[in-house]
Structure formats: C-alpha cells, structure tokens
Design a protein around this ligand. Structure first.
Ligand SMILES: NC(=O)c1ccc[n+]([C@@H]2O[C@H](COP(=O)([O-])OP(=O)(O)OC[C@H]3O[C@@H](n4cnc5c(N)ncnc54)[C@H](OP(=O)(O)O)[C@@H]3O)[C@@H](O)[C@H]2O)c1
Length: 291
C-alpha cells in the first residue's frame, strides 16, 4: 500500500528517562510517550555510575530533556552500603547531569523529603536548611548538589512516600497483610505526604512546560502518619473492620532512621503551575481502582 510510515521523531522533543524500569520511571515513560520521543534507559542500557558510558549513551540519544529517575532507593540497605548509595545517588546523578549538559539537554532530577531532619513543625520550603538523618538522605542531598553544579539550570523535584502500579509499595504490603489476616502494626510517629507516581509524572510534565528550574517540592496534597495512611487504605479497600495497632518508630526499629516530619510545602509548585495537586486520599482512590 502506498501509505508511508510516519517519520518518527522528526521535530519532536526527545526525552531520555533513566531509571525507566522503576516505579516513577515507568509512569513517566507512559505519560511522556504521548507527546515526546522517549528513550528509556535502565541498568540494562547503561550504568549511571560510569561517567564514560553515561556520556556515550547520552551523546548517542541526543535528548532535549533528560529526566533522572535512576537511584539507589533501598533506604535501610544504604546504612550498610553507603559507598554504593553515594556512587549512584550522588556521583551517578552528577554524571548524568554533566552528560546532559554536554549535549545541551535540560536536566530534571528527582530527590526526596529525606534530605530533611524531620524536626520541623510546618511544611518544609525548598529554601529550608536540609539535614538528612540517614545515609540515603545524605546521598540524595549530595546528588542534588552534584546535579546543580553540573547543570546550573537543572530542575530538582523533591518528592515523598511514592507508590505506583510498577513497584512494590506500602499499599500492596498493607493489602497483602490484610488479606492474609495477619496482625497489622504501623508506625504513628512519622508524618509525610503519600504520593501517587501518576500525579507526580503529570506534575513533572507541567513543571517542564513552564520552564521551572531549581528545587521544587512535588507531592500529593495533605499529609498523614503511616498509621493513618494504612487506615485509609484499609477503609477504601473494604477492610473497615480490620484493626491496626499504632506503634512508635522505637517499637519498630529499622536500620535507617527516618525524619519524624517530612511534609513538603507545595506553595512554590502551585505558584509555578497554577494548580493544586490532588489530595492524597483521592490519588489513593484512583490507584486502588486501577490495580
Ligand atoms: N520511592 C519513594 O518513596 C521515593 C520517595 C522520595 C523520592 N524518591 C526518589 O524518586 C526517584 C524514583 O524512585 P522510585 O521509587 O521510582 O525508584 P525505583 O523504583 O527503585 O527505580 C529506580 C531505578 O533505577 C535503577 N538503577 C539503580 N541503580 C542504577 C544505576 N547505577 N544506573 C542506572 N539505573 C539504575 C533501578 O534498577 P534496579 O531496580 O535494577 O536496581 C530502578 O529501575 C528516585 O530518585 C528516588 O530517590 C522515591
């Protein structure tokens, strides 16, 4: 037949997503593919710890935008594997930003609420002094610095308490425990903002569209404790009568200390995009409907 295949890519913005097989990366690829030419890259394609292969891959992909979702995300594991956490989250993040800068691509990097010490009593602004209390948080803060040194106009999106269809996550853990009838104990002294990666992916798209640079906080709206999050999950999933025992972090020790309060202020995000994120409860409803 005479119809020609459309020339893919000509004139379209090219976006390279690293960590594309991860929880956020999967969702970003799905969303960005609707309007951009997306190159997916995870460990199978190249390792961001290696600056030479990172440079070569990025140069070959000739992206207009690079979004770095590749990370060492095992918060507890990082306590005994600090070298690896810093290799990926700090030096790796710097490598990818430098490689993007070399080809003139915009850099978007994803960071975390765990850069804060959690002793605050109001949502953290982007300009508040960080003070991470665990190795993962320190490695991510070092990554933010490495990225902004390599690419001065980088957009650094700080987010928190992510869940998504592509990853093992807190919601699935709670529902698995609930369906097995096991006793549920959940910590009640850590406060944060559960965030659906679908909403975060949309927000990143909007931030790119308005040309945002520097650090921007992005989560779903509102906050809760892990205990309250678990209660809402069970209520929405039809386990209203299932009890949960609230426990303290001391009663439930983990290798990595977590910030007690890591709610991020969304004021800058709202002023940049003109949009309020959805509440964490509404975002949870959508997740549960689709799983
Ligand atoms: N999850 C959360 O609650 C949360 C909260 C706040 C901020 N964040 C940040 O959000 C971003 C995305 O998190 P996520 O939960 O989507 O992470 P994720 O599911 O763990 O995905 C990270 C991806 O990066 C890959 N990766 C690891 N080391 C790599 C390397 N050296 N080179 C290339 N790729 C590598 C991983 O591959 P393997 O799986 O094979 O290792 C994985 O596919 C990260 O920057 C994270 O720090 C996450």
């Amino acid at each position: 037949m005479g119809s020609e295949a459309p020339e893919r890519g000509r004139g379209r913005t090219r976006v390279l997503v690293t960590g594309s097989a991860g929880m956020l990366g999967t969702e970003l690829v799905r969303l960005f593919q609707r309007e951009f030419d997306v190159t997916e890259a995870d460990l199978g394609e190249f390792d961001i710890r290696d600056s030479v292969v990172t440079d070569a891959f990025v140069a070959g992909a000739t992206p207009d935008i690079v979004i770095n979702c590749a990370a060492y995300t095992d918060v507890d594991g990082a306590e005994s594997d600090s070298e690896e956490a810093f290799a990926v989250n700090a030096r790796g993040a710097g490598n990818i930003a430098a490689a993007a800068e070399r080809v003139g691509a915009r850099v978007v990097h994803v960071s975390t609420d765990y850069v804060f010490d959690g002793t605050g009593d109001r949502p953290y602004e982007e300009t508040d002094e960080p003070g991470p209390v665990c190795v993962y948080g320190r490695s991510k803060l070092a990554g933010e610095l490495a990225v902004s040194e390599a690419a001065q106009d980088a957009l650094i999106v700080r987010t928190a308490w992510l869940y998504g269809q592509a990853g093992p996550n807190f919601i699935e853990t709670i529902l698995t425990l609930a369906s097995s009838g096991r006793d549920l104990k959940v910590v009640e002294d850590q406060v944060g903002a559960p965030t659906n990666v679908r909403d975060l992916a949309r927000t990143i798209l909007e931030l790119i569209a308005v040309g945002a640079t520097g650090v921007v906080n992005a989560t779903n709206r509102g906050w809760c404790t892990w205990f309250e999050f678990a209660r809402e999950i069970l209520d929405q999933a039809g386990y209203r009568d299932m009890p949960i025992e609230p426990v303290t972090s001391e009663q439930f020790p983990r290798p990595a200390p977590r910030p007690g309060y890591s709610v991020l202020s969304l004021a800058r995000l709202v002023s940049l995009t003109g949009k309020e994120p959805r509440s964490w409860q509404d975002a949870l409803t959508e997740y549960l409907a689709e799983r």
